[in-house]
Design a protein around this ligand. Structure first.
Ligand code: FAD
Length: 287
């Protein structure tokens, strides 16, 4: 049985290659100073979907919520193996915390409908909460299998996976529909295929423009496999979108730069380690 799969992909600032001045005076990330990349574990999620499609057939729809230039990560998905991509873009989605993000994704998934598997990355490298996948499954009232190390078996009715539980793993099985969050250990994402890059090279002109103008927002079906959806397209309640739908208020962001004076020698004794654990727990760094 061919499977209908949805991959959620986030465009993130490349926080792993920070050079020069990338912080705003208020401590927020100067997103324009950092190259925007597909969230690494979302490429693992896409790779897992492509491997499933290669063995069972089916279709892959990649979805991102972001500003118009997030179309760049969708093109990456087309170049690697997605069949269709959807850009969820609307000024009213901006400033979303994980709750508002998962709400918009839920509305989009319900519009796509009849899916078998949703594949998310385990975590985004900027927000780092790992909350969106589980929240999305909760809102869709479907099973979720998180922190996946390996997809062991798939048949017409169910999927069996190996998932990390921190200091070990467990083997879990679920029927469809199901949401998976994929870790970087699960696979090695393939590179974009030259054949697909050539096939999609003409979609550049209109997309990638940063301004929010209505004519841009509504245009659908560029090259037949790119859709753009806004609040109205997914029938979303704007009170649950963006800043208005986000209970998380980031009070202050400060960059923590550790200096040598912060370093402390821990005696390699029972008491030394016990004191360290006590200090880390009282400071809520662990535990
Ligand atoms: C420094 C920083 C700290 C933040 N702290 C918080 C916080 O404490 N609480 C909070 O609610 N929000 C927080 N946010 C906002 C949060 O980043 C956004 O809500 C974001 O859209 C989703 O959360 P995340 O980045 O943690 O993603 P995660 O939950 O780590 O993402 C997991 C997976 O969900 C999917 N996904 C996530 N975002 C999208 C998207 N826009 N489009 C498509 N798929 C997506 C991807 O597959 C991704 O791998 C923070 C943002 C920053 C930059």
């Amino acid at each position: 049985m061919p499977l209908k799969m949805i991959v959620t992909i986030k465009q993130v600032p490349d926080t792993q290659n920070i050079s020069g001045d990338v912080m705003n005076p208020d401590g927020t990330v100067k997103r324009s100073a950092l190259p925007a990349i597909p969230n690494p574990e979302d490429l693992n999620a896409l790779e897992e979907a492509i491997k499933i499609k290669e063995t069972r057939g089916g279709a892959i729809i990649a979805v991102t919520m972001g500003p118009p230039n997030a179309v760049k990560v969708l093109k990456e998905c087309l170049y690697r193996g997605a069949d269709e991509v959807i850009l969820l873009s609307d000024r009213r989605f901006a400033g979303a915390d994980t709750l508002a993000t998962s709400y918009v994704l839920k509305c989009a998934v319900e519009k796509i409908s009849d899916f078998d598997i949703i594949l998310c990355g385990r975590q985004a490298i900027d927000g780092d909460t790992a909350q969106v996948g589980p929240q999305l499954a909760e809102k869709l009232k479907i099973n979720q299998l998180t922190n996946i190390l390996e997809v062991i078996e798939i048949n017409d009715k169910s999927i069996t996976v190996k998932r990390s539980i921190g200091n070990g793993y467990e083997i879990v099985k679920s029927k469809f529909p199901v949401l998976l969050t994929i870790t970087s250990q699960a696979n090695e994402p393939r590179s974009p295929s030259a054949k697909r890059v050539m096939a999609y090279k003409n979609i550049d002109q209109k997309m990638g423009d940063d301004s929010y103008d209505e004519t841009y927002m509504i245009s659908e079906n560029l090259a037949g496999n790119i859709k753009e959806w806004n609040v109205e397209s997914i029938d979303a309640d704007i009170a649950l979108c963006g800043l208005s739908g986000s209970p998380t208020k980031v009070k202050k962001v400060e960059s923590v730069v550790l200096t040598v004076s912060d370093a402390k020698q821990i005696p390699n004794t029972e008491t030394g380690i016990a004191d360290l654990i006590h200090e880390l727990t009282t400071q809520h760094i662990i535990g």
